[in-house]
Design a protein around this ligand. Structure first.
Ligand SMILES: [Zn+2]
Ligand SMILES: [Zn+2]
Length: 343
């Protein structure tokens, strides 16, 4: 099968040298696994964290990609959920142990044995992908959704939904979104669908992202360090930097909360932390919390809401062989919504 492989880890070399399109053997499935013929796989900033070594793959070469939509090509002998021809989706959660305290208490995202798709096991930048059937989602795509519109919902959307849940948002609040790429533009649409009285304030360095936010009816848009016209109750940060977190802490009300939805912060931004003042940014019971991984329930719940409320991503389609181009555009902040590889 054709697949895009991460061959080498480097923060300096160009992506075209680190990623390559190759023919690799078709994965062989165990009795409890399904083989999915991948229709499309969305692109995530996490792939850049893997390639640069900030979130290193378990082994090389690695096939990245964790927002996968396709059809079951083959189901193992013990599979009971899926049959050949069913639509299947897979996200960042590839497996967990299913028996530790975290797994047994709805926190499989924190399982010490958590394995990530496209990082600890081969992912979806390929023609085929295999996973245990219990960790795949059975989907019935609504007529008005194409596979390309579903794929970005699986990480960008679902982890955005997890950030919303962790933010403890109530209708009528002021919400700040820092960064406005694949995830936060879906957070905006989700917030608008669930909480009609919210005011959403979007902070972004990119003119394109700010234009998209205004098109999507954000209440206010500004630069990362700009002072919004009203204080915020909650903020969700999806950037690789620290200045946005500091700006969020400065602009939230007492007892407000900042949720950081990023797998890693880039080391080159570490010095920005020196701007922190306890008095200005933390005093008055302000809180900060990270979002780690995802549960199957997050993906399931978010897909239900998205299908129901017709929450669709803004997206651009690329060919599998252009994966490096799509990722380079994320580095250069040519974003405007999500990017999807059609396979
Ligand atoms: Zn992702
Ligand atoms: Zn576990």
């Amino acid at each position: 099968m054709k697949a895009v492989l991460i061959q080498e880890i480097s923060a300096q070399k160009p992506l075209t040298e680190l990623l390559c399109l190759k023919d690799v053997p078709l994965p062989e499935i165990n009795e409890d696994e399904i083989l999915i013929s991948v229709k499309c796989c969305a692109v995530c900033h996490t792939e850049l964290d893997e390639i640069s070594g900030r979130a290193q793959p378990a082994y090389l070469p690695m096939i990245p990609g964790h927002q996968i939509v396709g059809k079951v090509e083959k189901a193992g002998a013990r599979c009971r959920i899926f049959r050949q021809g069913d639509w299947a989706a897979a996200g960042w959660i590839f497996s967990s142990c299913c028996c530790c305290n975290y797994c047994l208490n709805n926190h499989e995202n924190l399982c010490p044995e958590f394995k990530a798709t496209g990082k600890d096991a081969w992912g979806g930048y390929a023609e085929y992908f295999k996973i245990k059937e219990q960790f795949a989602l059975k989907i019935i795509p609504p007529e008005e959704f194409t596979p390309e519109e579903i794929a970005p919902l699986l990480c960008a959307g679902a982890i955005g939904f997890r950030s919303i849940s962790l933010s403890e948002i109530e209708d009528g609040m002021n919400i700040g979104l820092f960064g406005f790429g694949a995830s936060n533009h879906l957070v905006l649409k989700t917030l608008q669908a669930i909480f009609p009285k919210l005011k959403v304030f979007v902070f972004s360095r990119s003119k394109d992202e700010r234009a998209l936010a205004l098109k999507l009816n954000a209440y206010w848009c500004g630069e990362i360090e700009e002072e919004p016209p009203e204080l915020l109750d909650r903020a969700i940060d999806t950037t690789p930097a620290w200045t946005p977190v500091i700006s969020a802490l400065k602009n939230i009300k007492p007892a407000g909360k900042v949720v950081v939805n990023a797998i890693r912060k880039e080391p080159r931004f570490r010095k920005e932390l020196l701007q922190i003042s306890y008095e200005e940014h933390f005093w008055k019971e302000k809180k900060i919390q990270s979002v780690a991984n995802i549960t199957r329930k997050d993906m399931q719940s978010f897909l239900e809401i998205a299908f129901n409320k017709k929450i669709k991503p803004e997206f651009t389609v690329y060919k599998l062989e252009d994966a490096a181009v799509a990722l380079q555009e994320i580095i250069e902040r040519k974003i405007r919504g999500a990017k999807v590889l059609a396979i």
